[in-house]
Design a protein around this ligand. Structure first.
Ligand code: SAM
Length: 285
């Protein structure tokens, strides 16, 4: 049960580039709370100034989050409302706030989401990859071995895979995607809602080649989306190419089982999924 006299923690999404994406509700909440807990007070201070607002702020980042819980809770119990913001997008999504929200919820406080921009949702909404099921993985490990290990562990997942990536590692990540997941379709959403917003679409190897030709394509912030394993992952886009490969394998005299093994290796995904598709092709469907 919530204590009705206590204040609320508002978890407020802020723009990921275009300041016009801040909702009127978010602006109102930010203007009314007693204090704003921000990942970086200087960064969020600029947003508040842009809105013509001035509220007390305190920092809340991964290194002090646990230590801040009691003091923030005491303010809620005293009836104050608090807003939580991160540098960009939705707090807790690859950003601080999880420990605070978990602890305050365990203490029965009222936690109110104020939804808005989120890079992964914006990227998925415009990528043209299946969105009925997706697997958000945040940032991949920084070290090559660990990164490839994580990708290998995801190789059989049929959901669209979604990652956040920085410009420092985007080329390494694409190279590792090519070696671990093969020639699947990758969509890169870069600089969403900003002046140089770009969507690149192709295999990881093709996207690397695009970055060689035009190094600007490797600058900025990225959401990396990868087709899930097996026939459903690529939906329509590579169906024709996949069917051409499968038909060629059958025409070369490979059995359905062997062809499924080759398809899984080249296109990624589970042999079982390719087996069904090959059987249908063989039967002329
Ligand atoms: N909480 C944020 C959200 O809701 O999206 C994500 C914060 S995370 C620390 C930052 C990462 O999100 C970036 O490295 C990038 O992968 C992604 N990102 C944030 N803004 C972006 C943008 N405008 N375009 C593309 N990716 C973005």
């Amino acid at each position: 049960m919530s204590d009705t006299l206590a204040g609320s923690l508002y978890v407020v999404a802020t723009p990921i580039g275009n300041l016009d994406d801040l909702s009127p509700r978010a602006a109102r909440v930010l203007g009314e709370v007693a204090v704003i807990a921000a990942e970086d007070t200087r960064h969020s201070g600029r947003l508040l100034r842009h809105l013509g607002l001035s509220r007390p702020m305190l920092s809340l980042h991964e290194h002090n989050e646990a230590a801040r819980v009691d003091a923030l809770d005491a303010r809620l119990v005293a009836g104050e409302d608090i807003a939580l913001v991160s540098d960009a997008g939705t707090p807790l999504i690859s950003d601080p706030g999880f420990v605070l929200v978990r602890e305050l919820r365990a203490r029965g406080r009222r936690i109110v989401p104020v939804p808005g921009p989120c890079a992964l949702v914006a990227a998925l909404s415009a990528a043209g990859l299946p969105t009925d099921r997706f697997l958000f993985q945040g940032f991949l490990p920084a070290k090559g071995g660990a990164r490839r290990g994580r990708l290998e562990a995801l190789a059989a997942r049929e959901e669209t895979l979604v990652f956040y990536e920085s410009p420092h590692r985007i080329r390494d990540t694409l190279a590792d995607l090519a070696t671990t997941l093969g020639a699947r379709r990758v969509v890169l959403a870069r600089e969403l809602t900003k002046a140089f917003e770009t969507f690149l679409d192709g295999s990881a190897t093709e996207l690397l080649a695009r970055m060689e030709e035009d190094p600007d394509q490797a600058r900025g912030e990225f959401v990396v989306m990868v087709a899930g394993a097996g026939p459903r992952g690529d939906a329509d886009a590579s169906t024709v190419a996949a069917d051409a490969l499968l038909s060629a394998l059958l025409a070369e005299g490979l059995g359905v089982k062997q062809a499924a093994a080759v398809a899984a290796r080249v296109l990624g995904g589970a042999k079982k999924a390719w087996y069904g598709r090959l059987q249908a092709l063989k039967d002329g469907h």
